[in-house]
Design a protein around this ligand. Sequence first.
Ligand SMILES: [Zn+2]
Length: 381
Amino acid sequence: MKFSSREQIESLAKVKSENFLTTSFFFNSVKNGLNKKEISLQFKNLLNDAKSQIESMNLSKAKKDSLSQDLKQIQALVGKSLNVNHSSGLAVFSCKGEGFWQIFDLPSPPRNRIIFDQNPYVRPLSALLNSHKKYCTLSFDRKEAKWFEVFIGEITLLAELIGDVPSKVKEGGREGYDSKRIERHITTHLHEYLKKIIQKTFTLHKEDPFDGLLVSCPDEYISLFEPLLHPYIKKIFKGYIKINPSQSSANVFKESMLFIEGLVKRDEEKVLHRFVSELEKGGRAVTGVKNTLKCLNRGEAQTLLVTRHFSKGGRICPKCQFLFIDEVRCPSCRIKTDPLLDVIDEAIEKAIDKNCQVEHINPPLSLGRYGKIGALLRYKI
Ligand SMILES: [Zn+2]
């Protein structure tokens, strides 16, 4: 099943077994220049590490057997799915002892890992959900209005409304008093219709908030529509696109995505510009892995800027969860830290947990001269 909602995470989080552990498996299936053999090898290494982890765990035979069976089932699944690779990533949650098994296709690649725990490990899923913004595309004309949700690579029709605005007075038709009266009649209907559309948009936003609203309507409605917008809706209103309500969902999706990609690029430019100007004046910003991790650990980071697909090994304190590049001992807890394959990925999840915004920087923009990573801070340090 496709992973796309908070509800899926919530129902996973409720899974708990008294007698067995659950296996959570995340796998990046984007080829990124790797061939099938290399991806298979990555999977094999991951699996072997997990097997030796099971052996070293202090568990009953029944618990160990259940985990080993989980791995067997995952191995069979990955063997099959490597040939029909259609999504960016795979997540599997399995507890053989309880007969629990759930597969998700992920819209963007996760970090490869296998985790054994009491519950399904859902943190990578919340991080993934948080990194995607939810948009509403509202398309209307005189006859109908439609609301679509555009979210993690999918489009869903949310609501429809039939319009009752009469068409314009035909040219060469009745003139004078009658024509004016009809015009007034149309304007009243149009005004009521626009108010209904705006009210519905507000209701939908209240039920399940959007991060952005895109609108498509006839040009002559814009000057009437905009002043009626509720202040909350005005805040998330991103601009106009050119579609009409009778177009297919696929078309609405395509046009919406084109607009959204432009928005994302502009946001990236804006945040990078703010970052560079803070650095130039010696203000609220830090650069490089070491300084950025330090500020994230202390909860000082407000926005994390990171080059997309940047990764680096590091360490984590098992007690306070602080992240480091190479501290073998946690300076505050005085205990040994654990190695991490990718401290950047962990930093992104920590940022999301701490309500720090994450901005991925894509080419042609670059953080190359700042050590590929940096942060805007809540206050000057
Ligand atoms: Zn510590």
